[in-house]
Design a protein around this ligand. Structure first.
Ligand code: PLP
Length: 506
């Protein structure tokens, strides 16, 4: 196991950060572009207006190609990533993203979204096939690939439900969307943004939705229930068929937050459980890289009665020809420019085609097996499991209570354990979510991690606990070996420094 420094050491990188960051030297170049050749009679002032022309060159960094490569490689090396570190971030499905995707996605970079569909048949076929595969995987009748994230997919789905009730003349009456108290924050936020009131339903002692409370909240004043199954505690909602039946008796639409599809892919289908609308996070289950604010992809699938409301255009196949259909009078409209995050759709399609139905079935099997194995290992290391029963693809642990080696009350906090993990080269688990479990540590290993990695991670958690018991100061000051140590997380989120200008005084 990695040796960890016991005492804080001043970090050179900390103090010298601006100096290392700024590599610009006047006149240094990586590339010298050819001089622009302007037509003889072209007058830029006439063309753009004198006030819009520069009087001096832009103040851009002046660096050589090697400077540039070192700059970005250096920044990359300071990050934690799936390619470099175990990343058990619960609910985020940080699985390995196969490199073959990066070979296939660039095949399409010559295409322009505005070119005539007759000249982009291959791209349209790919989108058509992907939508149809996702429909088969989830048990849905039609799929749009437009939404650019999970939350965006939720919003698209709830807007379709809204339109459905509006056209039935029931929108006035159906003001409520029901969400469980363990729901991801995007669920109630989506419902509120779409103009609904949110009613929260508690969970029961088994970590499932309280069915009686849910039934009591149902009625014709409700538009939808938003659920994820397995839920955010990693527990399968065993009464899902009864929930669907109870909802449908009141005409209530059942929405599936598909962020947790990795637990069921190839094995169980939300459509068969009674869900009317789903979104998928291709950047979770379907190996599109994510993290760091990169582009997401949140396709939405619907049952046939909601199909008229899908965003336009949809891709239709007539004979052997693919076309874009804009002529859909009941559509909610466009939710994203062009065809969604196309490169990500290619990656997800590559993943599905390289695994096939059997492979996808193995994905969920291994994801669930890994998570259950890890739950036992983490428990053996002395941590408490929040709902100690067979889980699906993730589970929630909490720091143990007990005594320190000096016989004092052990005060262990999730945040400190998360910081401690950084020194061991492990990305922290999801912390303080779901909100229903105080000090929650939500762990999701995914199917791509080896037995050795899971064992190592459990050992690290055990070592952190033992160290904290003998020396509580140690954990409170972790991490010791990262580039930046404990930072002001509020300011880092609210006022991030995203530009080199901060350091170069421009
Ligand atoms: C990730 C996630 C979302 C939101 O997805 P984004 O792509 O981040 O918008 C919604 N619900 C659950 C349960 C999630 O884990």
């Amino acid at each position: 196991m990695t040796a960890i420094l016991e005492k804080p050491k001043p970090s050179l990188a900390d103090t010298d950060f601006p100096l290392i960051f700024e590599r610009s030297v006047a006149g240094r170049r990586g590339v010298i572009p050819p001089q622009a050749k302007l037509a003889q009679n072209l007058n830029l002032e006439d063309l753009f207006g004198a006030q819009n022309l520069r009087s001096s060159p832009p103040k851009l960094p002046e660096v050589s190609e090697l400077d540039l490569v070192r700059h970005y490689t250096g920044l990359a090396n300071r990050q934690m990533s799936v390619d470099a570190n175990f990343y058990p971030l619960g609910s985020c499905t940080m699985k390995y993203n196969p490199k073959v995707h990066e070979t296939v996605a660039p095949w399409f970079t010559d295409l322009h979204p505005y070119q005539d569909p007759s000249t982009a048949q291959g791209a349209l076929e790919l989108l058509h096939n992907l939508a149809s595969s996702l429909g088969q995987i989830t048990g849905m009748d039609a799929v749009t690939l437009q939404p650019a994230a999970g939350a965006h997919g939720e919003f698209t789905g709830i807007l379709m439900i809204r339109k459905y009730f509006a056209l039935k003349g029931e929108l006035e009456q159906r003001r409520v969307v029901i969400c469980p108290d363990a729901a991801h924050g995007t669920n109630p936020a989506t419902a509120a943004m779409a103009g609904f009131e949110v009613v929260e339903i508690p969970g029961n002692e088994r970590g499932e939705v309280d069915f009686d409370a849910l039934k009591a909240a149902l009625g014709t004043h409700v538009a939808a229930i938003m659920l994820t199954n397995p839920n955010t505690l990693g527990i399968f909602e065993t009464r899902i068929l009864e929930i669907a039946k109870a909802a449908h008796e009141f005409g209530v639409q059942l929405y599936y937050d598909g962020a947790n599809t990795n637990a069921i892919v190839g094995r169980a289908r939300p459509g068969d459980m009674g869900f009317d609308v789903i979104h998928l996070n291709l950047h979770k289950t379907f190996t599109v890289p994510h993290g760091g604010g990169g582009p997401g992809t949140g396709p939405v699938g619907v049952k046939a009665h909601l199909e008229p409301f899908l965003p336009t255009p949809i891709i239709v196949k007539t004979g052997e020809t693919f076309a874009l259909d804009f002529d859909r009078p009941q559509t909610i409209g466009r939710v994203r420019s062009h065809y969604g995050n196309f490169g990500n759709l290619v990656r997800a399609y590559t993943y599905i085609r390289s695994l096939g139905a059997e492979g996808l079935h193995d994905v969920s099997s291994m994801a669930v097996l890994n998570a259950n194995y890890l739950r036992k290992k983490v428990q053996q290391q002395g941590y408490t499991i929040a709902y100690d029963r067979v889980n699906m693809h993730e589970f929630v642990a909490v720091p143990p209570k007990g005594l320190t080696s000096q016989g004092e009350k052990l005060e262990l906090h999730t945040l400190d354990i998360a910081k401690g993990l950084l020194d061991y080269g492990v990305h922290p688990m999801t912390v303080y979510f779901p909100l229903v479990v105080p000090e929650a540590m939500m762990m999701e290993p995914t199917e791509t991690e080896s037995l050795e990695t899971l064992d190592h991670y459990a050992d690290v958690l055990g070592e952190i606990l033992r160290k904290a018991k003998t020396n509580s100061d140690w954990l409170e000051h972790a991490p010791y070996n990262t580039v930046v140590r404990r930072l002001d997380e509020v300011m880092a989120a609210k006022k991030p420094v995203l530009s080199f200008k901060k350091f170069s005084g421009l």
